[in-house]
Design a protein around this ligand. Sequence first.
Ligand code: MN
Length: 457
Amino acid sequence: MKMFMFIFLNILNIKVFGFFLKNNIISRQSVNFLFLQSFPEKCIPTVLNNVHSLNNLVKNIKENDIIELNNYYDKLKPNIEYLSYSELDKVRLSLVIAYYAHYNQKRLSSEKFIIHPYNVAIILSELKCDSDTIIGGILHDTVEDTCVTLNEIERLFGENVRNIVYGVTKVTKCGNENENAYETNLVSMFLSMRNDWRIILVKLADRLHNMRTLEFMEEKKQKKISEETLEIYSPLAHRVGMWNIRNELEDLSFKNLNPMKYKEVVDNRTKIIKNYSQNIDILKEKLKNTLSKIVPGKYDLEYRTKSIYSAWKKAERNNCEISDLKDLIAIRVIINEDWVFNLAEPSSICFIILSKIHKEWKYVPGTVKDYINFPKQNGYQSLHTTILTENNLPLEIQIRTKKMHNIAENGTAAHWKYKSEKLNKKSVSWLNILDERDKFVSKKSLITSALKLPTIK
Ligand code: MN
């Protein structure tokens, strides 16, 4: 009976509200999003009819659109299966909105514009972001470049998504020509990031996709964007501990700004890796043997090489050759801590493994670093040591748990999986430096100096 009353009241609610709302907006109460999952083709005209700024597109809906939209969604879905059914539905709705909002727009590559926000969402889904962030990514260019308004976004997706989209929207539109406007936009973006740090994720994913597709721009612009990426966005990624994104941003910028040097470093690096490869295979086998005795089947062995740009930069800084770098190649031992049920502190297993490794290999004194008990400011935790392989080549070994590894790879983005919102706020507290704005200091230099505060990996 209660159930019946509930349904009845809900229907009444929808009808009464629907009457007042007419076709102007879709309120979150009045539209059953679930129809979009089951009958996307039937639902799309309703969606467009209900979003004022997209009304005029209803007559344009083509069969191919639906196929294309379904394809996009089907490719995104496996990445975001951790979201709830209703969240998935909203993601799908945001895809429809972005698709039609950017309907007639093309990228410089002459592909449809939608592939840009779509790929931004793919990057965010690989970071396992929450639904607000992914929707924010899909809609991030709508307000700036289409008729869709912030109010419409808020009505459909709530205040958080509105704030994320607002945070990545330029306040003034003539940013490229005018230095002042550029600075205003930058400051406003950094101020918004303080209120919701997820804006950083969307902005970084946006920049990453733009950098990946930079080749279609005119050369002067390519250089400018690459410089800006090295000045603002890769330090930002570094700041929040998103190493993978930072490395890719840096390598792409470096390749663009100094293609000759880039190629030289790549060639050198490849040669060194080749030299090491046989040693690494032998070492891996031996290491597997050791690990199987301590944590049978509960570890991953990974192999990482220093990124092209950081290798170059470190060699420049130390005035040496790439081949002199001791940490160009590292082996990672990643322990699945879920299994370590009989240890009060899962990280103890890392120390046990470290001492075992030191018993079996010669190691370079002074290279042991305990970032487990003494994490870096951005939360990075791991044990490092450098051992000597069969041919006396030095090789870094990093030992960490899976949780530490996720945080090491994705920084702030990974934190919310483990900790509360509070920690995320704390991890971007350095943005508060903008409060201390001094009118004699350029705001942009305040931002760049905030980005450079020490957290170096
Ligand atoms: Mn964009």
